[in-house]
Design a protein around this ligand. Sequence first.
Ligand SMILES: Nc1ncnc2c1ncn2[C@@H]1O[C@H](COP(=O)(O)OP(=O)(O)OP(=O)(O)O)[C@@H](O)[C@H]1O
Ligand SMILES: [Mg+2]
Length: 279
Amino acid sequence: MSKNKLLEFFEELDESNAETDSSEEQFFQKRESKKRQMEARLFTRAQEISREFRFTYKAARFEEVWLLDSLFEIADHKWISDVLRKVKGGKEASVYLCKSGEGVEAPYVAAKIYRPRMLRNLKNDQQYRTGRADLDESGNVIVDDGTLHAMQKRTAFGEEVRHQSWIAYEFKTLENLHNAGADVPKPYAMEKNAILMGYVGDLSNAASVLNSVSLDSSEAQRLYERVIHNIDLMLTHKIIHGDLSAYNILYWNGEITLIDFPQVVFPESNPVFVEYLLA
Ligand SMILES: Nc1ncnc2c1ncn2[C@@H]1O[C@H](COP(=O)(O)OP(=O)(O)OP(=O)(O)O)[C@@H](O)[C@H]1O
Ligand SMILES: [Mg+2]
């Protein structure tokens, strides 16, 4: 099943949940039958992939298919050898702790997998897209007229490209900032709706978000200065995070790591950048 098909599939699922019908009984019957059909398709899909890729994490049924589909290529390229557990289900994506494959020096890596619903709900991304060229699944700027036209017309293909660009920005930004020496996870791979990056934490515990940590005043001061250092570095590279708060900063062993970059803004080409800076 291609990513498109899978997205269609989830879309149908959402629609079947949102459907309204004058007859309640009819509605429930229809929904049940749709659900059964979908479960059958899901089961087939899961069986197909799981012949080649199995993981320890016991996912719910829908989640398992989404995970298998999202991580299959990453596993195939030996970036990961297992999915151990879910670190966190966020608004836009879920993050999983994975055992590294041969291609990675660290023992664990984090896989951020964007949710299908999120990928369909990028209606408000225009403010962030202003002044930033769209990127393809390899992170290269899209120049093809046909593709750009499809995105402008918001065809199904155009929407798909647009979603991919959102994810590619997170990956590209991690690459740029990691190379610049910022405190961000090391990016390893991007495949479709998944980003593989350095995991912050150990086998039993993932790093906390800074918002949930109590700090004494001297440590708070030291970390504040480190955040400012990172903001400085970002501005030197003409990048604004766009959603920087204590919820997007990890804390582990006295160090911070900035995460969650899909909405980066470029101050030179986005006229409303000051708003982001002050937000
Ligand atoms: N590299 C990482 N190592 C360890 N934990 C991570 C890593 N990246 C993300 N996390 C965890 O996953 C959570 C979600 O990640 P992120 O903020 O990138 O996604 P999100 O969809 O924006 O989620 P949210 O809506 O919670 O902000 C983080 O709050 C953090 O707890
Ligand atoms: Mg976040």
